[in-house]
Design a protein around this ligand. Structure first.
Ligand SMILES: NC(=O)C1=CN([C@@H]2O[C@H](COP(=O)(O)OP(=O)(O)OC[C@H]3O[C@@H](n4cnc5c(N)ncnc54)[C@H](O)[C@@H]3O)[C@@H](O)[C@H]2O)[C@H](O)CC1
Ligand SMILES: [K+]
Length: 481
């Protein structure tokens, strides 16, 4: 079973919040499950909870409240750091409730020797490891590392909360980690726990349902763009994506819309390679767009060397809009795809690609229903199978967009009927390419569908059915705030 990444889990958490399912509710379910597991393992005795200052610790504070309800169980809590340093509201909330419970002993640890001095490790019948969960970042700090060694040296059975503390949820190798008898991981298997070296750190893993509603996982929500909204202060030019658009010919507006949408989504550099007859028109739309004129008035074989050189200097290619469907153009598109690392293909470009996509190319296609059928797709229910079979991420546009990378399907239900106006597909392709330059295909396609739809909804509020594709572009930054 492939596990999910921490960022995917964060997205689900944020989508839960937006659906009205609070983190505190999820924490309560997580903590109750921990308490249940502890009781399965010891009917009576001493439980030592080793807690960190994040939500991993918060889960254990809930478990403590549930456990001490049973007079046969005593609970001692060792918190790494000070209670005033508890980092999250949910964890602090559950810590405060412990004032009203029969907790045997509580200590704030700044020096691991303090834990040794309590002898709680010697007297414990079971340890709940709630030091660190998916919030671990970078090299293990000294206090935590020594406490982990003390836990392992104690030989006391360990129930790990979400992931063994110190273990990398993403599957990398960290220097030290708790060795658990069982790990209770919440909602979905984590990528690291599905890796073959996980066995060294936990004898068993149980996936615990904590009541996440399905739509938080299936529907694309604000959580799906969280990663795109923050920017590190020390960003440098080009870090947020250099995009090459190959478009235009019979049409000139389409690639310009794609370019402006990409810039508004945050792409640093956008170059449009367009047939000579429309190059100046596209350049005239905005000084923000770099335009390279190709050889004639349609994309053709003679342009391949020029395009190949341009591809080298960009992170992602977006191809198709406004190209027209001349046989020479379709043939040239099929020859350009193998030169790309990451490519978004839309509109007329879809008539030139060969499926399945070669393994070494990451492709997102953004067809509407008719284009999907022309590619051999069989309606929105086929998105998962089609993407798996063809090694392509599909953003199938419709009243609800269906997005799949062959592993899962996401549904975007933002957007409105006003968006049938020409050019919205060009805008979507530009947003998709800008995100694809800095994120995996599925995250980029989901994020783009959401941003495009919400920007369209904001434009609808302002202009109703009279909204234009350029209005959607103007709303992109509003959505990404
Ligand atoms: N839907 C869910 O998945 C739920 C998850 N829950 C639990 O939440 C944790 C993740 O919580 P988070 O606050 O993000 O972080 P952690 O508690 O895992 O860790 C942060 C904590 O650890 C310190 N820290 C970070 N890196 C290091 C390091 N290298 N060395 C030492 N210390 C480090 C940091 O300072 C913080 O204090 C998840 O695992 C679940 O257990 C929800 O409660 C339920 C729903
Ligand atoms: K843990």
């Amino acid at each position: 079973m492939k596990g999910i990444t921490t960022s995917r889990m964060k997205t689900i958490d944020e989508n839960c919040e937006h659906l009205g399912l609070k983190g505190l509710q999820l924490m309560e379910n997580a903590g109750a499950a921990i308490a249940h597991e502890v009781k399965e393992r010891i009917q009576k005795g001493n439980v030592l909870i080793v807690a960190g200052r994040g939500n991993n610790g918060g889960d254990a504070f809930v478990a403590a409240r549930h456990l001490v309800y049973d007079p046969a169980i005593t609970v001692n809590i060792a918190l790494i750091g000070s209670a005033s340093g508890i980092r999250t509201q949910d964890s602090m909330h559950n810590f405060a409730l412990l004032e009203h419970c029969r907790i045997e002993g509580f200590i704030e640890i700044t020096d691991p020797q303090q834990l040794k001095a309590t002898r709680w490790l010697d007297d414990a019948d079971l340890i709940v490891d709630a030091l660190l969960g998916t919030g671990i970042t970078g090299k293990l700090r000294e206090t935590e590392a020594t406490v982990i060694d003390l836990i392992n040296d104690s030989k006391v059975p360990v129930v790990a909360v979400d992931v063994p503390s110190g273990f990398d949820p993403e599957g990398g190798k960290f220097d030290r980690s708790v060795r658990a008898d069982i790990t209770l991981t919440f909602h979905r298997m984590k990528k690291g726990l599905a890796s073959d070296h996980a066995k060294e750190y936990t004898s068993e893993v149980k996936v615990i349902n904590i009541g996440v509603c399905e739509d938080a996982e299936t529907y694309v929500g604000k959580g799906d763009i969280a990663a795109f909204r923050t920017r590190s202060r020390d960003s440098h030019k080009g870090q947020h994506g250099r995009m090459l658009i190959i478009g235009g010919g019979p049409y000139s507006g389409a690639p310009a819309l794609t370019a402006m949408a990409a810039l508004r989504t945050g792409a640093d550099i956008v170059t449009v390679a367009a047939p000579a007859n429309v190059a100046d028109i596209i350049a005239s739309f905005s000084p923000n767009i770099i335009v390279k004129a190709l050889s004639s008035n349609i994309l053709c074989e003679k342009d391949i060397d020029t395009v190949a050189k341009l591809i080298e200097g960009h992170d992602v290619v977006v191809m198709g809009m406004g190209l027209g469907r001349d046989e020479r153009t379709k043939d040239t598109v099929s020859k350009i795809v193998p030169l790309c690392k990451k490519v978004v293909v839309d509109a007329d470009g879809l008539y030139g690609i060969a499926l399945p996509v070669p393994e070494d190319i990451e492709m997102i296609i953004t067809p509407h229903a008719g284009e999907f059928t022309a590619l051999g797709g069989n309606g929105k229910e086929d998105a998962l199978e089609f993407s798996k079979k063809n090694n392509v991420t599909v953003l199938l546009k419709g009243k609800e967009d269906h997005i799949s990378n062959g592993e899962r399907v996401a549904i975007n239900h933002t957007g409105n009927p006003g968006m049938t106006v020409g050019g919205t597909g060009d805008v979507l392709a530009g947003i998709t390419g800008a995100l694809f330059a800095i994120a995996p295909a599925m995250d980029a396609a989901c994020g783009a569908a959401y941003i495009n739809g919400v920007a369209g909804d904001l434009a609808f509020e302002r202009w109703g059915h009279g909204l234009l594709a350029t209005d959607i572009i103007d709303m992109i930054t509003e959505v990404m705030k």
